[in-house]
Design a protein around this ligand. Structure first.
Ligand SMILES: Nc1nc2c(ncn2[C@@H]2O[C@H](COP(=O)(O)OP(=O)(O)OP(=O)(O)O)[C@@H](O)[C@H]2O)c(=O)[nH]1
Length: 205
């Protein structure tokens, strides 16, 4: 059975956990207890093949150091780099992460359609207060040889599920064993994932 490791990276409060939970549970859960990084596991069937998916959800604070980000990047087979379309600074963070992934020369596709680096502009439902144009996202994705998506964890289940399924497919096709310098710690079962909900802080949107 294939093991696929996907890191969901991005700035603070861009909706990384919301996207993961939407994919895993079909639900949008607005408030999160996410003070620690964690890995969610799911068994999937992709094109008739069984895949063990590990989704890494970092705690934003732990992304501050470049070395930590390097470790996350080396661990993963694929990357979903998220920004919030209503927050320009999150786009700058996503830009830096994509440049770092490319500097490390990982996930370089033969064709852009096979990329294992996806750029996701989340919170499309907030397009009335948009700070990042769709064309800017498309441009960054083209430069970084990423696939580009604009979607809303709050409103789109199908699009979110399709995006993750495509990532798993691409990562399993390109899948080669990687040196795993540091395995991000902290594993969560689905039960713990649900228990994390309704936890903490958050601006409401
Ligand atoms: N309007 C809107 N809000 C969203 C969407 N996705 C997430 N949010 C909200 O954005 C806030 C942050 O979401 P999280 O999923 O916790 O973001 P995160 O990137 O995991 O956050 P950290 O790990 O703490 O940095 C929460 O208040 C969510 O309800 C979306 O698609 N639309």
């Amino acid at each position: 059975m294939n093991d696929i490791k996907v890191a969901v990276l991005g700035g603070e409060a861009v909706g990384k956990s919301a996207l993961i939970v939407r994919f895993l549970t079909r639900r949008f859960i607005g408030e999160y207890a996410s003070t620690t990084e964690c890995i969610y596991r799911k068994r999937l069937s992709i094109d008739g093949r069984q895949v063990n998916l590990e989704l890494y959800d970092p705690c934003s604070q732990s992304c501050d150091e470049k070395s930590t980000l390097n470790d996350q990047i080396h661990w993963a087979d694929g990357f979903v780099v998220v920004y919030d379309i209503s927050d320009r600074s999150s786009f700058l963070t996503a830009t830096a992460i994509i440049h770092l992934i490319r500097e490390l020369n990982l996930g370089t596709p033969k064709r852009d359609a096979d990329s294992v680096v996806f750029l996701v502009g989340n919170k499309q439902d907030l397009c009335h207060i948009r700070e990042v144009g769709r064309d800017e996202g498309q441009r960054l994705a083209a430069e970084g040889r990423c696939q580009f998506y604009e979607l809303s964890a709050a409103e789109h289940y199908q699009e979110v599920a399709l995006m993750f399924s495509k990532m798993v497919r691409n990562a399993s096709l390109g899948g080669k064993a990687k040196e795993r310098r540091r395995r991000p710690s902290g594993s969560k079962s689905m039960a713990k994932l649900i228990n994390n909900v309704f936890g903490k802080r958050r601006k409401s949107v």
